[in-house]
Write a protein that binds this ligand. Sequence first.
Ligand code: PLP
Length: 451
Amino acid sequence: MPIKTIIEPFRIKSVEPIHWTTRAQRETLLRAAHYNLFLLHSNDVLIDLLTDSGTGAMSTHQWAGIMEGDESYAGSPSFDRFKRSVQDITGYTHVLPTHQGRAAERLLFNVMCKKGDLVPNNTHFDTTRANVEITGAEAVDLVYPEARSPETILPFKGNMDVAALESLIARVGREKIPLVMLTVTNNSGGGQPVSMANAKEVSAVCKAQGIPLYFDACRFAENAWFIKQREPEYQNHTPKQIAQEMFALGDGCTMSAKKDGMANIGGFLCTNDDVLARQEKDLLILTEGYPTYGGLAGRDLEAIAIGLQESLDEDYLRYRIASTAYLGDHIAAEGVPIVQPPGGHAIYLDAAAFLPHIPQDQFPGVALAAELYLEGGIRSVEIGSLMFAAAAKMELVRLAIPRRTYTQSHIDYVVEIILEVWRRRTQIKGLKLTYEAPYLRHFTAHLEPVG
Ligand SMILES: *Cc1c(COP(=O)(O)O)cnc(C)c1O
């Protein structure tokens, strides 16, 4: 009999204490934070599922790499190791380090886009959209309509609608589309994967039209694991072979190393285009740093070089995806409404279905996130009417799982707290805004309970 239990494929060498608070303390803390979890001090949070970005644990190998970091301004061997690791996986000619993913986006779109252009993507991440739009171009989301319904179960809900891409190109003309992007996995669409078949179709359309294809590659390793599990012809490929094959379909990528780079900071931009690379490097020097460090320390480059390879380890990916699904499956089995199927890096609670008695203008997602904190000191994030105002398509609460950070008993605890809140959901009240900033209001908003 094959062994069924999936365990954390690591043991713990260094620990970071987390802090219990009493319910009475949390009530006071939440009031002081105006019911906005961004305004809490992280010391007052027991399990922090606010984001999986930069919050993962590094390996002993990465920490050893940090000591090897060479901090030379130019020509550092740490850059050579970084570049070799990135090229080993992506195969792209030019590799530009940046301080985060959004810096790579800014360089790419500044060089490639102009006013009146359109950039199609399966779903733009918020910084990606903002960096497209600041150039005067329009960011167009082309995910399949079925993917927008939380309960529909499909293996590759992150896929791009290829017919919609073709008709967009036919309608506006190829010259208005400087590049097409594919986000793997589709973060804003629930952490849902993109299939190799879909990437091949998108690539074929782009090649036929002479349009470059770039990947937003933040979770390329998690996406590769889903392909291995769900596309039969890839079951005997390694995640690295799958990632290499996918990158070979495109002309470059942007990357946040705070996700599948397994680092606390960093990112990069890759391209095969010599002319673009020269322009991007000039901009990089202007605002980020010299092209062999790009705003990062040499030690960060070492951590990323090692982390990228570790993210493709099969034992790690099996545990990673299983632990996210474990949370989703255990609460869904008790009737808790979530975005199905569980994504790679996060579980999304459907707050509109969880709290149907709370109208949209009373922020059901914020009310649910506040309740998870009150009940068990868990921090999550609302992705709904507070974040997007009238543009909100769904009322979601995201529970993002940091990499290699929490154990199964932490997740069991989260399950217990969610189920407790689910049992007394009818007593939960909505909230009203008492202060809002003119933009990105969710970060700083103040709220209070209604009635
Ligand atoms: C996080 C993220 C980015 C931006 O990366 P930062 O390092 O936060 O700047 C871009 N795209 C996707 C899909 C992301 O998840």
